[in-house]
Design a protein around this ligand. Structure first.
Ligand code: CTP
Ligand code: MN
Ligand code: MN
Length: 536
């Protein structure tokens, strides 16, 4: 019986040699033995001499390993002494397979040579440089901004300054607030913690004031300016008052100037006439301070799906806002509702609200009818109000019963909420025909517990026609800063107007339709950024 060694010898002599100047060696590391033998045989069949053992006559070394350096390392260990000729080419399997396919020994070039480790390091460096460049890109919409980032100690400080400027209220303060926001946004996108002022040198969005704050935090671990703001009665009171639903900085300042300092002061003051929003805002103040959890939001979505199911099929209901950006809790729940058939979304919200009100679930609401006009989506505005859209919507205070959460969180649909690809398409997103097992008992009435087993939460409902869905989704996903940035970028860099209703190309004078967020990014020549990387 022939030994394997003899058979190999036999093979070698059996085929005529077409390439006498080549001696091939196939490194067996990472290649099963049987395949290794097979490879040697087919090379010989093509007239390429193959060495069974490495020797200094070998001209071509082929390997599955990743780099030349690895091959040398492995062979040195295996053969103890250095038997690799200086002229030997160390090649990838691609040289081998191409040679076999072409039935000839391919000319060696860089395409076939395995990379040197230095080169690999260099390439890694280059891709890091691209990442680095991306992280300091001019517009926040060009960067990836995760929820959890490396520079919280600095961004927390800058956000206090932003809030402080926002509370102050003048036009100048508005630009100052925005400048602090932009600075904090640029720090959030950095892939590492700032440890010296050198690290922020490249960031164009960080002005003198912000630099001073960063420097102070770097040196002392905190900023005295921020501490002064936080401890001031004015700031604390403004924070308290603007936390009342329906109260912005202007009203809060007015109340402060009237001498009010506590919520009690507001309730009992005879000089103050509270709006309906503010009355409810005060009534449910404590409830509304409690963040809404993701579990609650998803349970509520399942409940809303069931409710809408009673009205019409083919609907999509999506949680947008902070939750779609990966937050575990939020100040409200934002629902984007659409019908797969354009036009059929009309009147939906009224019907839904009637149902919810009949059930006593709406404690308070502000409705807006759809007032969209094409003209308004053509011209850009960069004021605060331009961020608002004209969709039919209802901003509510919802009575969230703990039994509703319990009943509706046991469903199979909740997983789909965070799935971004499906978010781009109302048809594919969990529709109302999907059934929640939560109401199989058929009981809808949610009992009111004397011990108040419920709390008020803020819930926003927005309805959009399917043709505007992708744009509405982009707008309602946010963040606010991301929207501001991508809209500014569209206008300045591309002469296009982006709103939650569409994208208008002012040069070509036409709207650019899109069925997914990706398409919008394509229209804008931007690399797609996932929702959870839009937390600027
Ligand atoms: N939005 C909007 N028009 C409004 C209100 C909000 O387009 N009238 C957008 C905002 O730009 C934001 C998103 O809807 O990106 C969600 O708004 P909001 O609920 O205020 O903020 P969130 O990012 O969801 O933060 P939170 O988790 O605290 O709710
Ligand atoms: Mn929200
Ligand atoms: Mn909202």
């Amino acid at each position: 019986m022939a030994t394997p060694a003899k058979r190999r010898k036999g093979d070698a002599g059996r085929f005529s040699v077409k390439y006498p100047d080549i001696l091939l060696f196939i490194v067996d590391r990472n290649i099963p033995r049987v395949r290794h033998e097979h490879l040697k045989t087919i090379a010989r069949k093509k007239g390429i001499p193959v060495a069974d053992k490495l020797c200094c006559n070998v001209t071509h070394i082929v390997s599955e390993l990743e780099t030349q350096d690895k091959v040398v390392e492995v062979l040195r260990k295996q053969y103890k002494k250095d038997v690799i000729s200086e002229d030997a080419e160390i090649l990838s399997m691609r040289w081998f397979t191409t040679s076999m396919e072409e039935s000839k020994a391919m000319e060696v070039n860089d395409e076939y040579r395995l990379p040197r480790e230095q080169k690999v390091v260099q390439e890694m460096k280059e891709s890091e440089e691209v990442e680095e460049e991306l992280s300091v890109a001019k517009y926040a919409c060009q960067r990836r901004t995760p929820l959890k980032h490396f520079n919280k100690i600095f961004t927390d400080a800058l956000e206090i300054l932003e809030k402080n400027a926002d509370f102050s209220g003048g036009d100048q303060d508005y630009s100052r607030a925005l400048a602090f926001r932009r600075a904090s946004a640029s720090l959030k996108a950095l892939p590492r913690t700032v440890t010296s002022m050198k690290d922020v040198a490249k960031l164009s969005d960080i002005g003198k004031h912000c630099r001073e704050v960063i420097q102070e935090v770097l040196e002392d671990g905190h900023s005295s300016e921020i501490e002064n703001i936080l401890s001031s009665q004015w700031f604390q009171t403004m924070k308290l008052f603007t936390g009342v639903y329906g109260c912005g900085p202007v009203t809060a300042r007015k109340w402060y100037d009237m001498g009010c300092r506590t919520l009690q002061d507001l309730k009992k003051s005879e000089k103050i006439s509270l709006s309906k929003d503010q009355i409810k805002g005060l009534e449910y103040y404590d409830d509304l301070q409690v963040p809404v959890t993701k579990v609650e939001a998803e349970a509520l979505r399942n409940f809303i799906i069931e409710e809408l199911n009673q009205i019409s099929g083919e609907l999509s209901v999506l949680i947008t806002g902070g939750f779609i950006r990966g937050k575990d809790s939020g100040h409200d729940v934002d629902f984007l509702i659409s019908h797969s058939v354009e036009g059929k979304e009309q009147g939906l919200l009224n019907k839904l609200m009637s149902r919810l009100m009949e059930k006593g679930l709406i404690l308070h609401y502000n409705g807006q009818i759809n007032s969209f006009k094409e003209e308004s989506a053509k011209s850009p505005k960069h004021s605060k109000s331009s961020m608002l859209d004209q969709f039919e919507k209802c901003l509510t205070m919802f009575k969230l019963d703990s039994s509703l959460v319990e009943r509706y969180s046991r469903t199979t649909m909740s997983d789909k909420v965070a799935d971004t690809e499906s978010t781009s398409n109302p048809q594919s997103n969990a529709t109302c025909s999907a059934k929640s097992d939560a109401i199989e008992d058929g009981k809808h009435s949610l009992s009111e517990n004397k011990d108040k087993a419920w709390r008020a939460i803020r819930v926003d409902f927005v309805v959009c026609p399917s043709s505007q869905y992708a744009y509405a989704l982009l707008g309602w996903t946010g963040s606010r800063m991301f929207n501001r940035s991508i809209r500014l970028y569209s206008d300045r860099e591309l002469n296009m107007t982006l709103t939650s209703h569409g994208l208008y190309d002012k040069t070509r004078q036409r709207f650019l339709p899109a069925t997914s967020e990706r398409e919008i990014f394509d229209h804008l020549k931007l690399t797609f950024v996932d929702p959870w990387e839009r937390n600027c």
